[in-house]
Design a protein around this ligand. Sequence first.
Ligand code: HT9
Ligand code: FE2
Length: 361
Amino acid sequence: MSSGGFDALLLLSFGGPEKPSDVRPFLENVTRGRNVPSARLDEVEQHYLHFGGVSPINKLNRQIIAAVQKELAAAGLDLPVYFGNRNWHPLAEDTVEEMADAGVDRALVFPTSAWGGYSGCRQYHEDIARARASVAENGNEARNAPELVKLRHYYDHPLLVDAFADAIRRARDELPPPLRSGARLVFTAHSIPVAADESAGVPSEGGHLYSRQVREAARLCAEASGVDDYDVVWQSRSGPAHIPWLEPDICDHLESLSEAGEKAVIVCPVGFVSDHLEVVWDLDTEAKEKAAELGMGFARAATPGTDPRFAKLVVELVREAIGLAVPRRLGAEPSRGTAVNGSPCLPGCCQVRRRVSATQA
Ligand SMILES: CC1=C(CCC(=O)O)c2cc3nc(cc4[nH]c(cc5[nH]c(cc1n2)c(C)c5CCC(=O)O)c(CCC(=O)O)c4C)C(CCC(=O)O)=C3C
Ligand SMILES: [Fe+2]
């Protein structure tokens, strides 16, 4: 039971609540040690409760896993696929323990974030290290934590770009015919603190790896969908108001576009792999309402997770890692993120200087 020296694949994701009573403990896991005001948590709790306390993310990840299992089998790769999360069940710690029990010695890790940066990359390395350490702490002597090799950033993979480009075309066709050709294309990704973006990537390369990759992905998706003028904006900021985050926010941007006379938008959530809460609340609910208020046409491009090309992309990254495929990349920004057992990609890569709060000091 081994393919190219690996005996399993772990899909590592963010996790989300699956019932109302999960919501608060989930949010506490996400924001532990972070500077997120409790008023923001109350607000986000309501967003989850609006959907019955269920985030779509786990179900969507299970669908991705089912599609990946089929693609792996079709490629002749004998790799069972495991599912683990940073913030909610199934937690990475428990899954890696299960992998150890099943005798997995060496596994590849596919992260559901395509990006560099602390939240999108380095924190997944930390999850890997924490999960392995927990097996070592709980384990009997005979059982070792598997070696875990994380796959690279795929923000510029042609299969991802093609999936988004088709989604943009389909979204344009959803608008009323008179609005289609003039609709403004707006890409959006999760905002992060400006300081986190500055320290994303290796310092010697000037940082900003996250926003550079987002802008590059937007450029590639726009080009592939035949659009030469578009915007890149941000969404879902949290944290105290006095700390700067990447801007403009999508809703503020809709106002600017309306003032400039734009009549319709196509919003492409390029920063997200699937329709999780930031997409169904912040875009499909809030931004959509804002567009309606402004009298603008609004269409949201689909996320790529459920596109058959996404499972093919996962398998191509696996084949790349075991030397069966050459890397396919369209972008000019680096693609990093590969490392063993949760060590950072490079020294100082995506290192966030976190402010110690009064209670911790
Ligand atoms: C870059 C990035 C990605 C993309 C890369 C990736 O995919 O990993 C991402 C994904 C996600 N973020 C998610 C949910 C949340 N993110 C939060 C808070 C934060 N996100 C941040 C960044 C990112 N987040 C940051 C800098 C914070 C501030 C606190 C901190 O420094 O960590 C909070 C706390 C409340 C709030 O403030 O909103 C929640 C609930 C979900 C699950 C959604 C669902 O349940 O369907 C997903 C996929
Ligand atoms: Fe987030």
